[in-house]
Design a protein. Sequence first.
Length: 418
Amino acid sequence: MGVLNDVYEMLNTCNKCGFCLTACKTYKTDLREPMSPRGRIQLIKKLADGVIEPDKDYEDAINSCLLCGECAVACPSGVRGNDLVLAARRDLKLRKGGIKPFTKSFALKTLASPSRLEHGFNLFRGVGKGILNRIDGLDYFRGVDVKGMPVAKKPFMDQVPEHITVNNPKKKVAFFVGCFLNHSLDGTAHSVVKVLTKNDCDVIIPKDQVCCGLPQYAYGDFETAKENARKTIESFLKKDIDSVVTACASCGSMLKEEYLKLFADEPNYLPRVKEFCAKVFEFSQFVEEEIELDKSKLKSHTPVKVTYHDPCHMVRHLKITSQPRQVLRSIPRLEFTEMNEANRCCGASGLVQAFYHELSTDITRQKTKNIVDSGAEVVATSCPACMLRIQGGINFAGQKQKVVHVADLLAKAYKSEN
Ligand code: SF4
Ligand code: SF4
């Protein structure tokens, strides 16, 4: 039974009551039991008991889970469906001796390696995007807004020095950039640096930083995830820093929480992991809790109505909800409005959007509807993957709203000082 042995007690705790069903967006979209938390849990239990083999239907049930954690919140018995799915993916990886199919394994290997990722983006930047732009019908390939996807002219980390200093710094902050901000949304990375420097922080951007390891971890490749986690921890702790800031909720939950689980079996290294995790802050959490935002420096700009999307990793993993809203409310002439189901998953969920694109697109469609119904002109959020997914959904629906990071709006409020 292997990996599933570790979660067997939790598998048995599920009493099949079904309270989690309406919380699960894959079930609400697909309406088949294996696409629900209860269905997934019962399948995992049957596999653990040797009653079934991992066939395609089983793998689809496990791999289509968004890992959004909504079932864990809804369950009165404390069963964490997302953790059980994670264990099932780890079990699948071990049974098969690797991640299947090849395309998924290739994508995860590319993400894990900075040089491979850079080659991939260089290809997309130089040739791929031009070719794609000329192919009719490829606008929304498998639900992803390929033509609309921004690509940085060159990686953010090649645009900035490793140390950005200010006069009389109050803090030394290391910036964990993450793959999306480095290669796609470099403007948001610049916004983060601007906010930090405007608030008297030296910014250190370690050039040897790598992917946090979450994509590989989410599909059970704990070996690669651990390798990248160790590189990340050592890359940042060798710097003289007070804090580590990330503007990606997904990276944030990996850096702050999952690293502790990943290294639970290495008691000698765990203190170093804890030292690192204690320094990690998500961007708006850092702004609200670690610096005194001087609101008098924020200038009025064009009035704008803004709503906020809670990324799954932000709201249910890091449990950060009020801080981004407080940051937004501190911006003059910004009218904040809540959308319905602000914490509903956007449908991206890493590679789920590529491998279960119809399901993912249906989930994104509901998010887009909630945004349009809110009457907001701008959607702020805290995760680059959500930004790209939601902007694609809005474009696909023929709507006009712009999706930005909380950091972008805050940085813009300092604009008139430049
Ligand atoms: S996971 Fe929790 S809510 Fe869902 S069926 Fe099992 S016990 Fe009930
Ligand atoms: S983590 Fe999300 S998608 Fe997966 S079973 Fe739970 S509610 Fe459904």
